[in-house]
Design a protein around this ligand. Sequence first.
Ligand code: ATP
Ligand code: MG
Length: 417
Amino acid sequence: MSNAVIVVHYHELWLKGGNRRFFLDKLLAALRQALQGIAIERIEQPGDRVLVRLGENAPLAEALKRIERVLGIAYYAVARPVERSLEALCREAWEEIAPLPFATFAVRAKRSDKSFPHTVTEIETAVGRHLLDQLRAQGRDVRVQLRDPELTCRIEITPGPLLVYARKIPGAGGLPANTAGRMTCLLSGGYDSAVAAYQMMRRGGHLSFVHFYGLGARPGESSLHVASELVRALVRYQFSAKLYRVPFEEIQREIVRSAPEAARVLLYRRMMLRISEVFARRYRALALVTGDSLGQVASQTLRNLVAVEAAASLPIFRPLIGTDKTEILALAQHIGTYAISSEPFHDCCPVFLPRAPELSARPEQLAEAESRLDLAALVAQGLREATLEKFTYTNGRAESAGVIPALRTGERRAATA
Ligand code: ATP
Ligand code: MG
């Protein structure tokens, strides 16, 4: 047989009518980018599917692992390309299922090429019969079961090759990367915000990240390396990403000095939003993203979320607002951020934590608490000291281009004035 062929199916893209071509092109671009460095003979689109034909000696397992992360894929499979005859279909179907263990099975055919001289029913019946005969001849105790079989042997009659496969792999789902527009995610080192970012990428968003950090009691304790590692994990889904890193301890001290203790965490959050918005606008983002989940901690009561949000002018998306922590942790495992967020690090927010945090703040009350702060100066200070780390995903690896000042020299000077 020739080199491996991977068949890739999408489904939600169907809904997009006139935009279908746009989504498909993005999916194809994402596949190419994800598979960079792996020899590919060609990528084709017979009917409503994508076929990736790997080159000679291309590492199949690695290719499958990369495709697993490509957003917008409903399912995929390693398929056998078959010559255009019923006999060949029967033969290859048997080759495909013979080594697999199962007690019930069905054959399912799809015919998108109507010029093929057999109907779906004819194909399913002929191949099903052939498989049953072969299985019985081997003394295997199996039967055909159309509803919920343990194994489904799939046949696709495409305008290109005929395909046979029995091991369908669920894809990442969602919409193809970079189809929805730009957003900026407030990324802590914790589990939630990384998962929130993934949820928005999975709906086609392209995200930049802002992380606020303290220095930690000892070197290596800062959350900075955790945030970097999280972006490394996340960039695999969207191929490029910017991480703005903002030292926050001085700003926190300023808040602690002049604002009521109970509202501190909420005021930290409002400052984070203000500074993030500047970076969001530079990146032409239309919204902010956070990992808030209703009621998870004191700062995330409904009233507090609303009171904090009042400091922002961009819309804030909170994809995890109605998600339980256990579900969030399962997703973090799935996308590979769980282990990173589990590393010990110094989170800047618990610093100077109030003994009895406010649970039910009002926006005016927080604005009043801020009246003794020079907000513009604090934002400018955050911007001035911020650094930028750019990441790309190339040849199957997340690479950092190193750390540079977030603002150009002139802008830094302006932020000081
Ligand atoms: P996470 O697990 O994402 O840290 P959390 O449950 O610990 O969330 P909080 O720490 O209260 O919740 O943070 C709420 C949200 O505020 C975070 O999901 C994130 O979007 C933002 N945030 C908190 N701390 C930071 C930080 N140091 N840098 C950037 N964003 C932050
Ligand atoms: Mg946190």
